[in-house]
Design a protein around this ligand. Structure first.
Ligand SMILES: Nc1ncnc2c1ncn2[C@@H]1O[C@H](COP(=O)(O)OP(=O)(O)OP(=O)(O)O)[C@@H](O)[C@H]1O
Ligand SMILES: [Mg+2]
Length: 311
């Protein structure tokens, strides 16, 4: 696993709400700490990373320096396509384009176009001539791009967009840019894929679907599964027997015993999901559930410390 951070692009995806952004941020911290100039890319209207660092960004589409070696950017596929069409159309203003219906027409007529244009932007960040907007020091671009991708289905659509759109544009500059994105996504030396899952039946099932989708569409496989929110198994069998025999006539004792049992059962159920992944030979990287009121920067740093042993 040591070499996974040596890739140019790491893609994280999984079911909605499982912790993709949290784990992307933690990996960003980890990579930056190791001296890699790292950028975390959020997709859509999300701007969680600057918020986490107490920063407000006026413009979501610009690279924001979060700390030494760490930047973030938010790429909105609609906006990316609009800008791209604008660049193509020369002097046509974005406002005219947006209101003329051309944009909607194009977006509908060219499946995969906005996803592909977003992927082109991401590809550009991996190139050595792409510089952070306000580099602290002389910068040759990013060493590592971490893509906090949308949930599984959308992410697969984004990753497959060079093929989807490539079928429309076979020649010319679009075709060659498409090809470069495709090569990056296909190259195990330059890109890697991580699933994030919670130890629940549905999230693990979605991980298995993701693995199949990656294989079918990109001929790639998941490097590992980050199992986020894992509960520890606190009690041994002997301790459980003791808990079960606690004095049932004392209501506090009875409630405490039930709570202990419930936590244990939940951890056991989670363990079954872990076993399900291991049966499919996935490398599983467990991240504990953090009992904090807010998942703030110190909490993300704790998660990064947990992940550091795997990277
Ligand atoms: N290990 C953890 N311990 C405790 N809470 C966590 C942990 N990981 C994530 N969370 C919390 O779970 C929620 C969802 O996490 P996050 O936003 O990272 O998920 P996501 O997969 O990016 O969601 P979305 O699909 O909406 O983008 C957040 O409130 C986050 O603070
Ligand atoms: Mg997210």
């Amino acid at each position: 696993m040591a070499s996974l951070l040596d890739r140019k692009l790491l893609v994280l995806t999984g079911k909605g709400g499982v912790g993709k952004t949290t784990v992307s941020a933690a990996l960003g911290l980890l990579a930056a700490d190791r001296g890699l100039r790292t950028i975390v890319v959020e997709v859509g209207h999300q701007r969680r990373l600057p918020e986490l660092f107490g920063l407000t960004t006026e413009d979501a589409g610009v690279e924001t320096e979060l700390r030494k070696n760490l930047w973030s950017i938010s790429i909105d596929p609609d906006r990316a396509l609009l800008e791209w069409l604008q660049a193509l159309g020369g002097r046509v203003s974005g406002r005219v384009l947006a209101s003329s219906g051309t944009f909607q027409y194009f977006a509908a007529a060219a499946p995969g176009a906005k996803e592909l244009v977003s992927m082109m932007k991401i590809w550009k960040l991996t190139q050595s001539d792409s510089r952070p907007a306000r580099p602290r020091r002389r910068s040759g671009g990013y060493d590592l791009v971490i893509l906090d991708a949308p949930a599984t289905g959308h992410a697969l659509g984004m990753l497959h967009s060079p093929q989807t759109f490539g079928a429309i544009a076979r020649v010319g500059p679009i075709a060659s840019q498409t090809q470069r994105v495709r090569e990056l996504l296909a190259d195990p030396a330059r890109s890697g894929y991580l699933a994030v899952a919670q130890p629940t039946e549905m999230a693990v099932t979605e991980t298995l679907e993701l693995q199949d989708g990656l294989h079918q569409r990109l001929d790639r496989t998941l490097h590992a599964v980050v199992l986020n929110g894992a509960l520890p198994r606190r009690f041994s069998t002997a301790e459980l027997l003791q808990i079960d025999s606690l004095d049932g006539s004392d209501s506090v004792m009875r409630s405490a015993a039930m709570a202990a049992r419930a936590v244990h059962d939940r951890a056991r159920f989670q363990h079954n999901q872990l076993a399900r992944l291991r049966r499919r030979h996935f490398e599983v990287l467990p991240v504990p559930f953090l009992f904090t009121s807010e998942l703030d920067l110190p909490a993300i740093e704790r998660i990064a410390a947990h992940l550091s042993k795997f990277f």
